[in-house]
Write a protein that binds this ligand. Sequence first.
Ligand SMILES: NC(=O)c1ccc[n+]([C@@H]2O[C@H](COP(=O)([O-])OP(=O)(O)OC[C@H]3O[C@@H](n4cnc5c(N)ncnc54)[C@H](O)[C@@H]3O)[C@@H](O)[C@H]2O)c1
Length: 347
Amino acid sequence: MKNVVLGLVGVGRIGVMHANNITALNGALNPKGINVKLSLTDVAEEHARNVAAGLGAEYLSSVDALLASGVDGLVIATGTATHPELIRAGVDADLPVFCEKPVAMNVADALPVLDYVRDRNGVVQIGHQRRFDAGYLEARRAYQAGELGWIHSLRAVTCDMTPPPVEFLATSGGLFRDCSVHDFDILRWLTGRDIVEVYAKGSNNGDPAIGEVGDVDTALALVTFDDGTVGTVSASRYNGAGHDVRLEIQGSSRSLMVGLDDKTAMASAEPGVVFPSGEPHRTFAERFDQAYRSEMAAFVELVLGQRDNPCTPEDAVAASRVADAAQESLVSGLSVRVAGAVTSQVP
Ligand SMILES: NC(=O)c1ccc[n+]([C@@H]2O[C@H](COP(=O)([O-])OP(=O)(O)OC[C@H]3O[C@@H](n4cnc5c(N)ncnc54)[C@H](O)[C@@H]3O)[C@@H](O)[C@H]2O)c1
């Protein structure tokens, strides 16, 4: 039996979910002879102690104590502004690192981190969990196998039911960097193509506090790929029908929609049509439950040297470049070229 101890920093909204998933991995990975243990820390000490106690995990009083405790991998789920410093700390401790997206608040802040990791041969997986979602995986497989023909249109949607706290939004980098970055990543990953230009618009018809911290509650980005294909990326914080994440891929031979199932947060206006018949997802944690679990299982395999890195910091920064361009377009009202976009691996 191989023992793997993961050290988790940050048990807020997503950190608690990762803590639960890491603990649950034991059941899933034990048949492969892997035993996973969890140690965790958070500056909110009492909360962290409670989370640890509830999961039978070890609580440590600081990041330094966590790194010194003999963990095999570091999982970072703190707010975005702390990611660069913690990634460096994990690499300095010679540990494989999993860090929630994004690498940093913006691309300028992320580039020195990329250099730091590369210069030290660090291993850092970034948390773009959609790369592990069954629907996106199938769409990518079908496209790469030639089953869709050539793609003529892509329409990506990510809508939350309700906004996260305004205090979170104030430091999130904006709707494109916080939310649509998942769509920018998945579009590049699925098509194997770079996005080279973005034109974005947004609106604020919900809580005025969102506008006051410089963000929008709803936005649309028109993206152009390096072969001229166009697509749209749409996001909102106010989708009362449910947590709605979909991607339409229309090809010359066949079309697919990721996220079209009984839980899709969209009703048909056609009389007599009862699809979808189930209860829609309410949160990203529900919608991507399987993907988050698979992502963490992949990190354990990465720690053990059993697989390639499924999402490198360079991948994540390529998506962040598109998000930065979308944010710039939103502010300037002009179409913006994506800095450094190059043609990547065309399937
Ligand atoms: N992949 C996804 O789908 C997804 C979804 C939500 C959030 N995220 C990302 O996860 C990150 C965290 O988001 P969240 O919503 O969980 O935030 P959060 O504010 O709810 O939680 C952050 C936690 O980190 C702790 N913390 C902050 N600095 C710390 C430090 N230096 N040492 C120890 N603990 C520290 C805070 O006390 C808090 O408990 C963000 O970067 C966000 O972009 C990703």
